[in-house]
Structures are given as C-alpha cells and as structure tokens.
Ligand binder design. Structure first.
Ligand SMILES: *[C@@H]1O[C@H](CO)[C@@H](O)[C@H](O)[C@H]1NC(C)=O
Length: 280
C-alpha cells in the first residue's frame, strides 16, 4: 500500500503541469483589483518596488512569473499545491503531505516571497521579483485546480468547450482561461492591450459590486496559516463543484453550457477574493 502511494506521488511530481495558472486575463484582473484596495502606503511601496511604466503595469507584474517559468524550472512547483485528496468524496489540503520540501508549493512560495518582500535588507531585484511572485501566487491559490493533484490538477482530463474539442484542451485550461474569457466575451489569444482593457473593466466592475470577502490577518508569523486557509477554502470547490461528478462525469463533455453556468459565479468569487486579499 505504502509503496503504491509513493510511486503514484513520484509519478505526479515527475511531470510539470501543461498549463500554468489562471490565464493572463485572470491574473491581470487580480492585479488591477488589488490596486483598488491598496492603502496609500501600499501604493507607494508597489510604486517604489515595481517601478511601473507605460508598458509594464501591475498586471504585467502579475503575469511575469508565468513568463519566466520555463527558464526558471525551479519555480514551476511554486504555482500550485498538489493536494493528494480524493475528490469528489474527500477534499483536503495538508501542508506536510502536499508541499514537498525540495520542490516547494504555492504556500511555501507565498511564505518565502512575503519574507523577501518585507526584508528591506534584500537587494532591489529580489524584492521586485518577490512582489511579482506574490501578485501571481495570491491569484493561483484561488484557482481550485491549483489546489488539487488529481490528473495533474485536471491537465489530463480532456474536455470540450463551446463546441471546441481542440487538442490540449483540458479541465485545467477551462478553469484557467476558457471560463474567465467567456465571462468577459474575450476571444482566445487576444492582443495584450485588449486583454489589459478587459481585465481593467472586469476589476472595476467587481470592485463596484463590492462583495465583502473574509481576509486573513497576514503577518510575518501567520503567513503559512493564512496561505493554507486560502488554499483550503479554494480546495473545497474541487469537490463541491469542479469535480463533483468525478473525472468520468467530465471526460469528453462540453463544459460550455450548464457546467459553465455553475462555474462562472465561482470564478468571479475567487477572482474577487484573490484581488481583495492581495490588496490587503
Ligand atoms: C525563496 O525565493 C528565492 C528567490 O526567488 C529562491 O532563490 C529560493 O529558492 C526560494 N526558497 C524557497 C524555499 O522557496
């Protein structure tokens, strides 16, 4: 029994996920949304550390970790936590079980980068990158399939969406990109300007709708508890909705209809939560 589990775990670790995170639209939206919640001090800190320009704003910072992910292989494991639970029966995130020491996970990455960002003795580049990692990982930890190991976070579950069954389309990608794009009427692979515009509008809309999200009190000593709490809340959606019919109930299905209708409010809620919590 034990060796079987170990083999399965190693098999999961051996292959990095095909897709990354919320697609760029989701990450950009989380970045813009967070800005709405910044205190003056936070705005100043971000201004000083990120040094945004006309062509590199907070949303570009939020998508940056995906752009360096191939070049920096050691960061690949920082985008998710492979919860070895058993959806749809049981969901759980267990830090010691699910966050391998060497490779890390989204929670250890949040702890590490929070510490680096807060440490004024670190050099400018380290703190600049730490901020960009945080802009990104606070988003990732709110994507349900970034808190789930099964079939590599759904990367191996082939599905269709709105009549397209293209190669590589899978459940993970549907949650990262297809659902957020459909909510906003954005087509596949938009131009950056159009994507930023859409993200800005979506963030404004969510800010105005103003749902209040519970926010963990992030301090140096509570970073792990807070990140873990967010991951656990996110992981609950894996069994309450994302995989509620099991893998067999999803494989090959077109998720653009009824499934989308139920998923869209979850995506909105999670992007809103990520933006508010990142802002805080
Ligand atoms: C912490 O972050 C630094 C800078 O990105 C990285 O070099 C280091 O490997 C990270 N450590 C852990 C334990 O994630």
């Amino acid at each position: 029994m034990k060796s079987l589990t170990i083999t399965a775990t190693l098999a999961t670790l051996a292959v990095a996920p095909l897709t990354s995170a919320w697609g760029d639209l989701g990450h950009r939206t989380v970045g813009y949304l967070a800005q709405h919640y910044f205190t003056d001090a936070a705005s100043q800190l971000v201004q000083a550390i990120l040094q945004p320009t006309d062509t590199f704003d907070i949303s570009d910072g939020a998508v940056w970790p995906d752009k360096v992910r191939r070049r920096r292989e050691y960061t690949a494991g920082w985008h998710f936590i492979d919860a070895e639970d058993t959806p749809p029966q049981y969901c759980s995130v267990d830090y010691s079980r699910d966050c391998p020491g060497r490779k890390g996970c989204v929670i250890s990455a949040i702890i590490n980068q929070t510490a680096l960002l807060s440490d004024t003795s670190q050099d400018t580049t380290t703190r600049n990158e730490a901020l960009k990692y945080l802009l990104h990982f606070l988003g990732d930890v709110h994507q349900p399939l970034h808190t789930e190991a099964i079939d590599r976070g759904g990367n191996q579950i082939k599905v269709c969406f709105d009549g397209s069954c293209r190669k590589n389309l899978n459940l993970h990608e549907v949650w990262d990109t297809e659902i957020p794009n459909k909510i906003n009427g954005l087509k596949r692979e938009p131009k950056v300007d159009e994507e930023k515009e859409t993200a800005k509008n979506w963030a404004d809309e969510m800010f105005q709708s103003g749902g209040k999200i519970s926010i963990c009190d992030f301090t140096a000593s509570s970073t792990q508890d807070c990140a873990l709490q967010y991951a656990k809340e996110t992981n609950v959606y894996v069994y309450s909705y994302v995989l509620k019919d099991g893998v067999d109930g999803l494989e090959g299905q077109d998720l653009g209809g009824e499934y989308y209708d139920g998923a869209a409010p979850i995506v909105k809620a999670q992007i809103l939560a990520a933006g508010q919590r990142l802002g805080a």
